[in-house]
Structure formats: C-alpha cells, structure tokens
Write a protein that binds this ligand. Structure first.
Ligand code: 5AD
Ligand code: SF4
Length: 462
C-alpha cells in the first residue's frame, strides 16, 4: 500500500539533492512524495544550519507538525516525524530532548540508513532514533540509483564536506571533512541523467573545486579533468559547478573555462569580503588582490564569464574602512549577481566567540549599501543583454499561457512566447526586454541553436 512522504527542504542545492535521494531510498518501502504534510505517514525536515535562526525555524516547524501528528493519531493513523540535515547534525541531542514528537534524527552522512531507521521506528511504537555519526562507510556506496529525473536540469553531488575552516562557517562541523566521489560513479550518474533527458548538470559540493576523486585512469583527478570527461557525455549540453573557493581554482580549471564549450560562462566564486584584514580573520587564506588577479585570469580564458559571489558584512571587527574595501572590490570586479548576508554567529565556530561583534544597526546599514551596489550591477548586466541573441535551454512552461521559461548561459531566467515543444531544447533567443530578475525574449530562427554563445564585449560591469 502506498504511504505518503512529505519532505521539506531548507538551504542549499545539496540539501535539494539529498532530499531527492532520501525519496529514492524510501520508494521501495512504498513511500510516494506528496506536497503537503497533512495526512502524511512520514514527514522529513531536511534542515540547514548555515545562517541565522536555523534552529528556531526548525522548532517552530516541529510545533506545527506536532498538531498534524495529533490530528492523524485521532484519525487512527501514525505520522512519523524525522529531522535531517545540518541542524540535526549539530543539535540532534537537544532536538531529541526538546521535541518528543520527533521520531528520527539523522545527519547528512547517515541518510543511507534511512529505510532501516524508518522500518524500525514504524515497527516499534515508542522507539526513537538518533544517528548523527560520521560513519567510516561512504553513503554513496549504499544509495540506490536515482529515480528518473523530472526536468532538463539536474544536480549531481560530486564532493562533500570541507577542510578549510573559515572562522564563520559551520560546514566543516556539520558536513564533516572533505570527500570526493570517484569519477566513475559521477560519470555513470551523469550518463543516466542524460539518457533520461537531462541536458544540464550542476556539479555540487560545499567546496566543489577542491574535488580530488579517484580518476578513470587510476590517478587522482581534479575538477577540470572531471569536467572534461563529463563534456563527452552524449546528450549533455551544459555543465556548471558550485560552490567554489578561490584558493582551489587551479590553472587547469581556469583553462577549462576557455576550452570546454559545455562549461557555462557563469561562475559562483564567493569572496566574502574585500578587506585583507577581514579575509585573514575569516581564515580565507587569500587577499583581495589575489581574487582580482584570479578573475583577470578567468576572464582572459573566457572573456564573457559572468561572476557571482557571496559576501558577509559586519564580521567581528569590521571597520568602516574594511567595508569600504568590500565596496571597492565589488566596483572593480562587476558581478552579474550576488548573495550578501549579515554576519550571524554560529555556535561552535571560532568567530562566534570574538569580542568585537558589530552592532546590528551598523550591519543593517552596510548590508543595504552593499545590496544597492550589487543590485545596480545586476540590473546593468541584464540590461546589456538586450538586443543580443543567446542560446536558451528551455526548462518549463512559463507563468503566462503560451510562454516558456529557460536559462541563458549566464544563468539568467529567460521568458519567451514559444511552442511548448521547445521545453527540453536549446534555441536561440533574441533578448527584447528586462523584468526585475529575468529577461524577455523571442525565438530568433534556428541558426546557431545549441551553439555556445559569447558576448565578448561583456568583460566588466558598469
Ligand atoms: N554568517 C553570515 N553568513 C554566513 N555564511 C556562512 N556562514 C555565515 C555566517 N555565520 C554565508 C557565506 C557563505 C554562504 C553560503 O553563506 O557567505 O559563502
Ligand atoms: Fe565554509 Fe566554504 Fe569556508 Fe568551507 S570554504 S569553511 S564550506 S565557507
């Protein structure tokens, strides 16, 4: 008999990938995904701990689920509640104490045991399980093949964990040390995805360009070697990867941006700050000028490369001068888009104990200033696309009848009035307008469909 599974995913793309793999694991037990928690047999909260108030959000969600669980019980049904992901990893014991309605707690490295945990808890009412160890075995060796993908774009985890220990970041504690999947497993997964209709893959890792997996030739492969091999997979048209650390951008990866046509000209490369003093306090192990030089090298390899980044404002000890250095870096680089956050102390990380915390109103003011600048750069980047023709990979129906939606090589969402039959295909689109966060276009004939497009003049933002 079918059982209902509801998974709520917080945070990063890797959590989205993990949630899909959890559903794959539970399918043999008869669980089918539903899109609301009411009446579900199993609810999984796949949590994120990277920024503010993560735990509070999880406890309030658990509070809501408790009511649904009681309602199910009144109807004679049992609803199991599981908490997964990085909050579970960091605060598993506390959740067990504070939330008696939670049946199962497990971390990012033990979800391959999920089917067994669910079966045990379902069998013995009253049993509660906590599994947040960092096991010796690799979960990927125990995951079933992924279910047929739904769309044309898919995520593929190739690397997990991090050894860099930036002083603000919980990842090395919640996801553990850095591990890379063997190239053979990654290529096999990519081939299955492509055979099922996927045209674009985004390779995922907390520090993905630190990839150093076992290669197909028996040696160790870095990310560039893997990307070059994946570019040979039939049917795949686009390859992206995220998230990277500037220090792990080796020469071959820079070169790959110039000579692997399927590698899309968009790179998310977090810099966090433009101040050398802050970068040192963050343990980033590079200076602002190293980042500038790296971007120059990347743009020499691929002149139209569009950049995205992450920024933290109000890191402990950040002065007005430090913040001005961040604005200067943003002005020098010119970003196509970016994410920016106020520093929030994560318990257990070194920066959380720093004495010189920046007052909240100062953080607010700096965040607003930075976001205004980044927004202007993003708008200018989008505006410059108007009049150009670029290949768009169409992914789904748009919001309005007759419209379909896809992505430009630079990851911009593009809407066009076009036949639904183009979904799943790449077509040349003339960009005719810009909306708040996306481009509007019209199909521009068939010439050049699928060809890699270069907007060579797009080397810097205004
Ligand atoms: N406070 C604010 N932002 C943070 N990030 C990570 N940890 C923190 C924190 N403690 C941001 C970084 C990172 C992104 C994923 O989240 O910018 O690159
Ligand atoms: Fe966190 Fe990224 Fe730094 Fe690793 S490199 S500690 S994941 S911010």
């Amino acid at each position: 008999m079918d059982k209902k599974l509801y998974v709520k995913t917080y945070g990063c793309q890797m959590n989205v990938y993990d949630s899909m793999r959890m559903a794959d694991l539970l399918a043999p037990l008869g669980y089918r995904a539903v899109d609301a928690p009411g009446g579900a047999d199993l609810v999984i909260l796949n949590t994120c701990h990277i920024r503010e108030k993560a735990a509070e959000k999880v406890y309030s969600e658990i509070g809501r689920l408790r009511l649904l669980k009681e309602e199910s019980a009144r109807g004679g049904r049992r609803m199991l509640i599981a908490v997964a992901g990085c909050v579970a990893q960091a605060q598993g014991e506390e959740i067990l104490d504070r939330a008696p309605c939670v049946d199962i707690i497990f971390g990012p490295q033990t979800y391959h045991r999920l089917a067994d945990m669910v079966a045990r808890v379902a069998r013995d009412e009253g049993t509660r399980l906590l599994d947040t160890e960092f096991p010796a075995e690799d979960k990927f060796d125990f995951l079933p093949e992924e279910a047929a993908p739904q769309g044309v774009s898919a995520f593929l985890t190739i690397q997990e964990g991090c050894d860099r220990f930036c002083t603000f970041c919980v990842v090395p504690y919640t996801r553990g040390g850095e591990r890379s999947r063997p190239a053979a497993a990654v290529v096999a997964e990519a081939e299955r995805l492509a055979a099922a209709g996927v045209r674009e893959i985004t390779l995922l890792g907390q520090n993905v360009n630190a990839y150093h997996g076992h290669g197909l030739d028996g040696g160790e492969w870095r990310l560039a070697a893997l990307v070059r091999r994946l570019a040979l997979v039939e049917g795949l048209e686009r390859i992206r990867y995220t998230t990277s650390h500037p220090r792990d951008m080796d020469d071959d990866l820079v070169a790959a941006h110039g000579d692997v046509e399927k590698l899309m000209p968009f790179l998310h490369l977090p810099v966090q700050s433009g101040s050398d003093r802050m970068l040192a306090a963050m343990n980033r192990r590079h200076r602002a000028d190293d980042y500038r030089r790296l971007v120059e090298r990347l743009r020499r390899a691929r002149p139209d490369l569009a950049l995205s980044s992450d920024f933290i404002v109000g890191f402990p000890g950040e002065s007005g001068k430090d913040f001005a250095a961040t604005l200067a870096l943003v002005n020098d680089i010119g970003f196509a888009q970016a994410f920016s956050f106020k520093y929030s102390p994560r318990p257990g990380t070194p920066a959380a104990d720093a004495r010189e915390q920046v007052p909240e109103p100062v953080k607010d003011e700096r965040l607003a200033g930075l976001q205004q600048l980044l927004r202007a750069q993003q708008d200018a980047f989008n505006q410059r696309a108007v009049g150009s023709v670029m290949p768009v990979l169409f992914q789904e129906a748009g919001r309005h009848p007759g419209q379909i939606r896809g992505r430009s090589p630079y990851l911009q969402p593009v809407h066009a009035v076009a036949p639904a039959g183009l979904v799943g295909r790449t077509a040349p689109v003339r960009i005719i307008g810009v909306t708040a966060n996306s481009l509007r276009g019209e199909i521009a004939g068939t010439a050049g469909a699928g060809a890699a497009h270069r907007m060579v003049e797009e080397t810097a933002c205004a």
